[in-house]
Design a protein around this ligand. Sequence first.
Ligand SMILES: [Zn+2]
Length: 97
Amino acid sequence: MKIENPYRCNVCQMAKGEANKWLLGIPIVNGSIRVGIETESDPQGLEPPSIKSGYILLDWDEEIAQNATGVHHLCSDRCALTNQARYLREDVKVRTA
Ligand SMILES: [Zn+2]
């Protein structure tokens, strides 16, 4: 018996198939992600800078797709870039309401 696939593309609404190369998109709001940057000029290990806003694209990861909140399921490079461009151009605070 085939289980209905729970994922649909957030952009074009296509249902996820087994063979498709899907991506995940994560809007970043309020500096929720910290990046570790190692530099030789910073031996003290200062607090790494945080990403304040943006839109990250990831390879498909079943665990993140299922359990992360606010993550977008994207069917293709095209839809991923469309959504990314949308977020980068618009005011993120408005869109996350
Ligand atoms: Zn799509």
